[in-house]
Design a binder for this molecule. Sequence first.
Ligand code: PMP
Length: 295
Amino acid sequence: MADIPFDQRDGFIWFNGELVPWADAKVHVLTHGLHYASCVFEGERVYGGEIFKLREHTERLFYSAETLGFEIPYTIAEIDEACRKAVAAQNIVDGYVRPFAWRGSEMMGVSAQNNKINVAVASWEWPSYFDPEERKKGIRVDMAEYRRPSPETIPCHAKAAGLYMICTLSKHAAEKKGYADALMLDYRGLVAEMTGANVFFIKDDVLHTPTPDCFLDGITRRTVMDLARKRGYEIVERQIKPGELTDFSECFITGSAAEVTAVSEIGPYKFRPSDITFNLMADYTAEVQPKVSTA
Ligand code: PMP
């Protein structure tokens, strides 16, 4: 399955209200979302057939659409149901869900006032974002050249296609040099996040993570902070300067796709994954398991 291009797979995709054969879920080349990045999306994980934090993801999809000035023509409950249908149609036990909404083809220019809003949900099997062995040992990360833009230049809290142009460029540049990912600074030169995940550091048993004032405050980030508090770990959310990376002993990243993944180096800075990272990896793995009803 892994080598089959995404447009040539079998099964069904939920597309504007119904499940359609995978190969038929197509858009025209003159689609506003494709030319002007008027597209919002989510990335969700399926564990044991259940979508983890589905409602939170759907709510963020609606928030992102609203931020881009369009309305998803379904209710939140309907999109939740669409996600479940897409997962069931593919018989996904452990995998990924990608709901997305975009402006169609009615107008083709910067202005797209009359464009239809399209919505689709696809699901596929997807075991690990990073190599499972590397996840524990720690992935090697480069420093990205591009920076997270200021909130005055782009709606930075939306999960929107346009924000990922510099993420793809940064990840490609890192991969070319043999790294797994890249750490992005923000427009002020402060530590921000990875190309598709948030970042945490550890020093003297205290967790430090950048304040999400110009990037996504990830659902996994918040989940892991709750798990850390349950363990009694102190968490400091603050501005972190890149020069401080030399002071931290551990580093890990969080994201729906990345889950909790240890980091062994970021550019010139080295880290050694240890107890706190491993405990939170284990706690997260336990947390995402489908809850068995005892009723
Ligand atoms: N930052 C970026 C740029 C991302 O793409 C993601 C993944 N959605 C995250 C952070 C983490 O968000 P979440 O934990 O909600 O998946």
